[in-house]
Design a protein around this ligand. Structure first.
Ligand SMILES: NC(=O)c1ccc[n+]([C@@H]2O[C@H](COP(=O)([O-])OP(=O)(O)OC[C@H]3O[C@@H](n4cnc5c(N)ncnc54)[C@H](O)[C@@H]3O)[C@@H](O)[C@H]2O)c1
Length: 352
């Protein structure tokens, strides 16, 4: 009997490579099938990764009893529907972030997880980074005390990927739902998942996609298109029941001197900078210390984080354990993201 978890991958654009490579390196996983709306892309990926079955219809992939688990790496508009379909077909699901485009859809996925009894993991890959795992250990041991303030920025000067990313119907929004979901989740997770009290947000449509800029290159989506009806910049203040607060700003385009990724958490016994490089801050004998852990990677290392994420998913499929980035947390992130958009739209604070 084959004890490996047999996996199908739905949507095989850019990020699917991180899933496919990680499954390939997991001795308990076997990639058996793929599907993409773009048949040529699916065929090419099947050849690269020696995948036996390439489907032209998602229902056919889900009807294959060989497939026990799926990764969903499609545009955001199909995450919830595909996750529900896969769960109903008896498959475990790893769904890329965001879980859905709306809270209503997210709650339907949560319901489907309950009814199916299957594993659903949300692709909050930053939780699985080695740096995050180390910081979590320090936090759980109480070394930094109560985290009462966190601040995260992911600011791109010229980084609207175009295509589906900048088409609101397919993405659900711009940098907030794309980048913000990662950074809000990371801070919220490290803060101990406190209950949200209020959310206040702003979004701006000022610069567009800046596709006229020359001499500076940037990442473009697999099917690049210039249509752009998503925000350039979003900022938010999230207040929690325990008194803590989180300040976040994210952009696709901005008149900034350089791109910036910064994640900082401040506790009453110590602080930590996750990005741009892991550093903890504490004090001893009336002196402030910057503590630099000795680790292979002090910055977010995507390949390792994806490998850890996929290894965790496969292990949960085998054990039936609830994953670290559960459907409930995916729902909570959608509540926060949607509340930020609602707050920006109404120009008022949203209470939970
Ligand atoms: N975890 C991360 O760090 C990370 C990074 C990038 C993207 N993502 C997420 O991954 C997803 C895909 O992003 P990407 O950068 O790979 O985009 P992409 O455009 O490179 O690839 C998406 C692929 O999905 C296919 N597709 C879309 N809808 C489909 C459907 N209903 N059925 C089958 N195939 C479908 C497209 O044809 C395309 O090949 C997005 O949800 C994005 O938010 C996550």
């Amino acid at each position: 009997m084959n004890s490996k978890i047999r996996v199908g991958v739905i949507g095989v654009g850019s990020i699917a490579d991180s899933h496919l490579n990680s499954y390939r390196h997991n001795p308990d996983a076997q990639i058996v099938a793929i599907f993409d709306l773009n048949k040529d892309r699916a065929q090419a990926k099947a050849e690269t990764y020696s995948i036996p079955a390439v489907y032209t219809d998602c229902d056919e992939l889900l009807a294959n009893p060989e497939v026990e688990a799926v990764s969903i790496c499609t545009w955001n508009d199909s995450h919830a529907d595909l996750a529900i379909k896969a769960l109903k077909a008896g498959k475990h699901v790893l769904v890329e972030k965001p879980l859905s485009q709306t809270v209503e859809q997210a709650l339907k996925v949560e319901q489907a997880v309950k009814e199916s009894g299957k594993v659903l993991q949300v692709g909050f890959v930053r939780r699985y980074a080695s740096t995050t795992q180390v910081v979590k250990q320090f936090l759980d041991a109480g070394e930094l005390g109560h985290i009462y303030y966190a601040k995260a920025s992911s600011l791109r000067r010229l980084g609207n990927p175009g295509g589906w990313f900048s088409d609101k119907e397919r993405s659900g929004g711009g940098p907030l739902i794309d980048l913000g979901v990662h950074f809000i989740d990371l801070c919220w997770y490290l803060m101990g998942r406190p209950k949200v009290k209020t959310v206040s947000g702003n979004i701006y449509h000022k610069l567009g996609n800046r596709s006229h800029i020359t001499n500076l290159s940037y990442y473009k989506s697999s099917d690049y298109g210039k249509k752009n009806d998503v925000e350039d910049l979003a900022s938010a203040l999230i207040r929690f029941d325990n008194g803590a607060s989180l300040l976040v700003d994210v952009s696709f385009t901005l008149h900034a001197k350089k791109d910036e990724v910064s994640v900082k958490l401040f506790g009453d016994k110590g602080g930590v900078e996750m990005e741009p490089e892991l550093t903890m801050v504490t004090e001893k004998h009336q002196t402030i210390l910057n503590v630099h852990p000795q680790m292979d990677q002090l910055k977010f290392h995507a390949a390792t984080a994806f490998q850890n994420e996929i290894d965790h998913f496969i292990s949960c499929c085998q054990s039936g354990d609830k994953p670290l980035s559960s459907v409930e947390d995916g729902v909570e992130m959608m509540k926060i993201i949607c509340a930020i958009y609602e707050s920006a739209d109404k120009g008022t604070e949203i209470s939970f």
